[in-house]
Design a protein around this ligand. Structure first.
Ligand code: F6R
Length: 605
């Protein structure tokens, strides 16, 4: 996720773009830039936060039109060169873009005579437009022709030197136009320009928008349409949260989009492979005898989930260690051990220290992270990005889902490289990953049911989460989420362990949240559910939707379902536990986005 702003009007564009970018910084903050449009384009770009860009901007300029961008890297590290806007060879065309151009490699190959100056997927767009202009197309037609070639997701705005119009379009990435008294604005969301106007038009997928001194014109399938203008009632703070009360709830709801971005361009279903650009050499991957995953907190649970998939796909022993406990010992051979550090922020001190231990021992290290340019990326041999977009809520939600999805793709990639994962199984797993966004959406659509359960049990003495196999890390993660934001006592257990001790804690005032999806040994967990029901505990269960949902009376107090998508069903079920935690905490009026005593990035050991 990145932030976009554009302006055309009577006022000086630079201050509008600069403040708009500062407002959008919550969407991405590793580099930023602006392009001001006149007879030539004037471009300023800088890695770092928006304040770093503001440090190099002039006091004022005469320009009354321009575009700007604040970036959260997905392709290429956060450098000045990779910052948007991106331009063509002549510097005549500039583009800002959110999303991922999946076929950028193929397009780049089509443009051998063009000079590319960044590692981004975005840069192919201005070069495509340049080619059309060189072939004699008018600017508007050149942009439209270039768009025809793009595959993937995008919200983008284009400016061309000497041309009064800005051009914009979107696919799976939002863009909204603001209608002011003295100009027209465009942004990736309304926070970009909310202090200037509340009258907005939301663009739809594949709309082609033209913004000039006359305002906005929208073309749909080549025909001009009359775009609806809506008056916004909410304040800037709510707008940053897209109208949600908390970032956490926004980020829970963002998961389908984040997952689409995570997997975009990485699945080759026909070939039975995943393409996630791991540069580790094939002979090395063929020789590994052990994978060690190191991580903390939610990332540790993502690692535990993924280890179950990795071990069978890659066919080597896979261990998962809490990073603060990690030592490279136990007679391991460093040359045959791959250490995978899973960390959203890339800055967690315990995880970095585990990476340093592995590096010192001579093992190869691989980072799985959300943050390009972070310390873990610099200190490991190779990195894979989960592309979930910035996460503001302290409690990790969308990044957990994107971590597991990325690690599942890594399992396929390494498993296929080693020849340990049969084609059919790879296709099954890839199919499961591909269904994740819609499956998660179906859980979000059923929020009312899990909310009702959360409100019913909010005042309980404690909460116990149980699951088996891939359901077990989800039980642990569900309990962690609930305790960190509601401050209630919550524990996750392997379902079979309840009777070996924790059952003593179970009463009618301790709801048990049970994961009974197919593949997570639901029949055995049902026995454990009966044990807690016999002690009067209410049970909230997630099962796999077998098509009979709602047809009979449930054996549980609340029964929630996930679609049948195989190995990733527990990951989908986890979204219910996120919503459960959220609604319990919200009912209690807790500080959900900033829970007491916690920080988003833990940079001390
Ligand atoms: C819990 C949570 C933490 C982090 C942990 C590791 O909701 O967010 O447990 O998962 O501090 O952080 P990263 O992934 O940044 O290394």
């Amino acid at each position: 996720m990145c932030g976009i702003i554009g302006y055309v009007g009577e006022r000086a564009a630079l201050p509008i773009l600069s403040t708009g970018l500062a407002n959008l910084e919550y969407r991405g903050y590793d580099s930023a830039g602006v392009a001001l449009t006149g007879d030539e384009l004037t471009i300023y770009k800088k890695s770092g936060e928006v304040s770093a860009l503001q440090g190099i901007l002039p006091e004022s300029t005469e320009h009354t039109r321009g575009i700007g961008h604040t970036r959260w890297s997905t392709h290429g590290p956060p450098t000045d060169e990779n910052a948007h806007p991106h331009t063509d060879c002549t510097g005549r065309v500039a583009v800002v873009h959110n999303g991922i151009i999946e076929n950028y490699d193929a397009i780049r190959a089509e443009l051998p005579e063009h000079t590319f100056t960044s590692d981004t997927d975005t840069e192919v767009i201005p070069h495509l437009i340049e080619r059309e202009l060189d072939d004699g197309a008018e600017p508007r037609a050149a942009v439209e022709a270039a768009l025809e070639r793009l595959e993937g997701t995008y919200g983008l705005v284009v400016t061309v030197a000497g041309v009064d119009e800005l051009y914009a379009t979107r696919r799976d990435s939002p863009l909204v136009v603001g209608h002011g008294d003295d100009g027209t604005f465009i942004g990736s969301d309304v926070t970009a320009f909310l202090e200037h106007t509340r009258d907005v038009t939301y663009l739809e997928d594949d709309d082609f928008a033209v913004i000039d001194d006359d305002g906005l014109a929208v073309y749909r399938d080549g025909e001009a349409v009359d775009p609806a203008v809506k008056r916004l009632e909410y304040e800037a703070d709510a707008a940053e949260k897209s109208g949600y009360d908390h970032y956490m709830l926004k980020e829970i709801n963002e998961q389908p989009r984040a997952l689409r971005q995570t997997i975009s361009g990485r699945i080759d279903l026909e070939g039975g492979t995943a393409e996630i650009d791991v540069d580790l050499p094939t002979p090395y991957l063929e020789s590994i005898e052990e994978i060690q995953v190191v991580a903390c907190g939610t990332s540790y649970y993502a690692g535990r989930y993924a280890a179950g998939i990795l071990e069978s796909a890659v066919d080597v022993r896979t261990t998962v260690e809490v990073a603060s406990e990690y030592e490279f010992d136990g007679g391991r051979d460093p040359w045959r051990t791959l250490v995978v550090a899973v960390t959203q922020s890339g800055e967690t001190a315990d995880t970095l220290s585990a990476v340093r231990r592995a590096n010192r021992a001579g093992a190869r290290t691989l980072a799985v992270t959300n943050t390009l340019g972070s310390t873990v990326v610099r200190e490991t041999d190779d990195s894979v990005f989960i592309r979930a977009g910035p996460e503001i809520g302290v409690a990790a939600t969308k990044t957990f889902a994107s971590q597991v999805a990325t690690l599942a793709l890594l399992s396929v990639d390494i498993g296929r490289t080693r020849g340990s994962l049969p084609y059919d199984e790879a296709v099954d797993l890839l199919g499961s990953v591909r269904q994740l966004p819609n499956a998660v959406q179906s859980v979000l659509d059923a929020e009312d049911r899990v909310k009702a359960a959360a409100l019913e049990y909010a005042d309980s003495d404690a909460f116990f989460f149980i699951g088996r196999r891939l359901g077990r890390p989800v039980a642990l993660e569900g309990a962690l989420k609930l305790k960190e934001i509601s401050y209630d006592h919550a524990e996750g257990f392997a379902a079979g362990e309840l009777k070996h001790g924790p059952l003593a804690l179970v009463t009618e005032r301790t709801p048990v949240l049970a994961l009974l999806t197919d593949g997570a040994r639901p029949d055995e967990t049902r026995n454990n559910v009966k044990e807690v029901q016999a002690r009067g505990a209410p049970v909230v269960a997630v099962t796999t939707d077998d098509g009979d949902a709602g047809s009979g009376t449930s054996e549980f107090d609340t029964e929630l379902t996930v679609p049948p998508i195989g190995a990733l069903e527990p990951l989908v079920a986890n979204v219910y536990w996120q919503l459960f935690a959220y609604h319990v905490a919200n009912e209690k009026g807790r500080s959900i986005d900033r829970p007491r005593n916690l920080a988003k990035s833990v940079t001390v050991e």
